[in-house]
Design a protein around this ligand. Structure first.
Ligand SMILES: O=C(O)[C@H](O)[C@@H](O)[C@H](O)[C@H](O)COP(=O)(O)O
Length: 257
């Protein structure tokens, strides 16, 4: 697993724009190398602001959108079109504005599908397994980039401290009793997140500073899920100054102006 690289930006607005530029470049590089790319989206304010920043960036047209697979790290178990769904936010911010191939947008189904949350998680696991190739050596693709927002409790996706999903070895699980509403969610598990080539944790605001410090220390994943959010070849913590305020001295950080 890769040691995190920390990049600190002035504020949340610059952070979203910088992450947007970084995603565009990463996707173009991946597509140039292998003809396609895969991106795992996150909910949350920074996650959605980043997608809106991509949509607003002229360079977005450098991405070969029809050859991009879009996945989600987690989803609120709500009906299609519900404004609280991460998918709804992603479509409004970006997906409705680019030439994405609908068959390559892999949504986590909500209750209107007729599935229970457990059945929806199983259906997603099947989709992941179909997309996995032999070189992925597992039940899910090695995503090029998995974006993760992070809560003040250091949760990532819908993996909350001490909750059963953190102990689950299946690729995708249903989450009940989420401390962050809504209570029922679908989430990739840590093994699936850690199978990603790159994991990018994005966080802004002083309320995240404690969680960032723990996530970059030798904390246990069960109590500090973000401490387990590591990519196989690269891990980035992309932060604003407020969220980076409590980073232990001596950790390599790149502070942008
Ligand atoms: O479904 C969700 O709520 C997200 O996936 C969740 O993991 C989010 O990314 C963090 O809670 C950070 O959210 P904020 O950036 O809004 O604090």
């Amino acid at each position: 697993m890769s040691v995190p690289t920390i990049v600190v930006h002035r504020d949340a607005d610059i952070l979203a724009k910088a992450v947007a530029a970084r995603i565009i470049t990463r996707l173009v590089d991946a597509q140039s190398a292998k003809g396609s790319a895969s991106l795992v989206l996150t909910g949350g304010t920074v996650g959605i602001a980043t997608l809106a920043a991509i949509a607003a960036t002229p360079a977005r047209d450098a991405v070969d959108w029809p050859h991009l697979d879009i996945w989600w790290g987690d989803e609120r178990f709500l009906p299609d079109g519900d404004p609280e769904r991460n998918e709804t936010g992603a479509r409004r911010a970006l997906l409705d504005h680019v030439d994405i191939n609908p068959e390559r947008v892999h949504v986590m189904l909500g209750p209107d599908s007729g599935l229970t949350a457990e059945e929806s998680a199983d259906a997603y696991a099947t989709e992941l397994r179909k997309a996995a190739r032999p070189e992925d050596h597992g039940p899910a693709p090695s995503f090029d980039v998995t974006l993760l927002g992070m809560g003040p409790d250091a949760h990532v996706a819908s993996l909350f401290p001490g909750m059963p999903a953190l102990y689950d070895t299946r690729p995708v699980v249903a989450v009940h009793g989420s401390p962050k509403p809504p209570p029922t969610r679908i989430s990739l598990t840590m093994p699936t997140i850690r199978a990603s080539r790159e994991v990018w944790v994005v966080a802004a605001g002083a309320e995240k500073a404690g969680a960032v410090r723990l996530a970059l220390s030798d904390s246990g994943t069960m109590q500090v899920p973000a401490a387990g959010a590591r990519g196989r070849s690269r891990t980035l913590f992309l932060l604003d100054r407020a969220a980076a305020a409590k980073i232990p001295p001596g950790l390599g950080r790149i502070a942008s102006p």
